[in-house]
Design a protein around this ligand. Structure first.
Ligand code: ATP
Ligand code: MG
Length: 425
């Protein structure tokens, strides 16, 4: 057994614990994948994000595996064990296995033979050290065996515990192989970093920043969205700004103070961060900004609509309760809350301001009523036809809104009759 294969490598001051009690590792689906791929002999190990998050006590979403078993053999064995096997990235040695509805990515150990930007020609290997060396950061090169034993060939565990995001190997060379690693460096710092960014990594990122232009918009957008919702997003974004990378990434001049205020407000409200809302706070001031960013990051129509709220003048002053209800009725709860948060972030009211807080949380206390009159109700009055019916409906609805939604259906019918008696004026 090679030295790097020794569990709980003692060459680092902080020995990683065993994960044998980790719930994700004990799940029957995880164990079925391990069992199908000789996990008990060490041929297959869990790797990457699952390990990182489990060691930090964070919830584990996806589990990725690394294996010495060749991809075709992975497929054959998985199918024999009753698992679904999808050859998602066979050329790169990646197969997706599905066990009882849960998906796992299994990648055969490989080394990159040639790299052109992000396109690598690969050949497979049985060398775990080589697999680790190919990964991006030391904290992403942690492995666990089926019994929970941790393998840490590159000192990723002490780095993780200290909040150090460190490139594996020479940062400049690693970035040249794949410029996305620049953004990943900032994303992982935003999630796991503590203290100053690793100086060698940061300076290599800054020097290689022109390479960002070679990346596809989908890859950039996915990294940026994940960075924006991280616990230390404000720090990472301001470092990106200070070193001249942020404007290139966004294609726009950002406003860091509004971004930081939105984060403060979300924290004060205990609200889950939303990437698009944060992007709106950071970089959308007029509707054109939203259009340009949506094109650049290939956002969905719904995302573009939310983003555009950053550029809509709304309540830069706090709405009173009645005005807030009218806005909520008109916009629906999602757009309403987004607009209030952005308006709040735009101004200078404290993030603990009770009146803003009350406006922002209105949808939690008040369900907007449903306007229950229909065209047939207006027709039944016998005075209107064609487009007049829609006009009349809108007039009744307008009165109802202005009056604070007081009338029920009976009241609305009476209101329609009264307006009709007024001569429809
Ligand atoms: P998350 O899923 O939360 O983004 P993750 O670490 O699992 O985190 P994945 O993109 O699923 O990230 O990748 C799995 C592992 O593959 C990573 O932990 C890392 O070891 C390696 N990896 C992913 N992308 C790269 C890259 N661009 N360069 C080098 N290694 C990478
Ligand atoms: Mg993952």
């Amino acid at each position: 057994m090679a030295e790097h294969d020794t569990p709980q490598d003692t060459s680092h001051d902080l020995a990683p614990p065993s994960l044998d009690a980790a719930p994700w590792l004990a799940r029957p689906e995880t164990l079925r994948v391990f069992a199908a791929l000789s996990g008990e002999t060490g041929a297959t190990r869990a790797v990457g994000g699952a390990l990182r998050d489990a060691l930090l006590g964070l919830p584990v979403a996806d589990v990725d595996f690394a294996t010495t078993i060749a991809p075709e053999e992975v497929i054959a064995r998985a199918r024999k064990a009753g698992l679904k096997a999808i050859p998602t990235g066979l050329a790169h040695g990646t197969v997706t296995l599905v066990a009882d509805g849960v998906s796992f990515e299994v990648t055969t150990l490989r080394h990159d033979v040639e790299t052109f930007g992000r396109h690598a020609t690969v050949s497979f290997t049985e060398d775990w050290a080589e697999d680790a060396a190919r990964r991006d950061f030391t904290l992403n090169a942690l492995y666990a065996g089926m019994d929970g034993t941790l393998f840490d060939p590159l000192g990723g565990y002490p780095d993780l515990m200290a909040g150090r995001v460190r490139f594996i190997g020479d940062p400049a060379m690693r970035i040249e192989e794949d410029y996305l690693r620049i953004l990943r460096f900032f994303r992982f710092n935003a999630w796991y970093g503590r203290g100053a960014f690793d100086a060698a990594g940061l300076s290599a990122c800054v020097r290689a920043r022109a390479g960002l232009r070679q990346l596809s918009s989908e890859r950039v957008a996915s990294e940026v969205k994940r960075l924006l919702v991280a616990p230390q997003a404000a720090v990472a974004v301001s470092v990106l700004f200070d070193y001249g990378l942020l404007c290139d990434i966004l294609g726009a001049a950002p406003k860091l103070s509004r971004f930081a205020r939105l984060i403060g407000i979300e924290d004060a409200l205990d609200r889950k961060p939303h990437a698009i809302l944060r992007l709106a706070a950071l970089a959308v001031f007029v509707p054109e900004d939203a259009k340009r960013l949506a094109r650049r990051f290939k956002l969905s129509n719904a995302e573009q609509a939310l983003l555009a709220l950053g550029g809509v003048p709304f309540v830069d002053a706090l709405p009173d309760e009645a005005a807030a209800k009218r806005k909520l009725y008109a916009l629906g709860p999602t757009a309403y809350a987004a607009r209030v948060l952005l308006a709040w972030a735009n101004g200078d009211a404290p993030v603990t301001d009770p009146a803003w807080r009350s406006a922002a949380t209105l949808a939690e206390r008040w369900d907007a009523p449903v306007f229950s009159l229909r065209g047939t109700d207006i027709t039944a009055l016998g005075k209107f036809s064609g487009p007049e019916i829609g006009d009349m409906l809108r007039r009744v609805e307008q009165r109802w809104i202005e009056g604070g939604f007081a009338e029920d259906r009976e009241g609305l019918l009476a209101l329609a009759k009264a307006l009709t008696a007024d001569g429809g004026s």
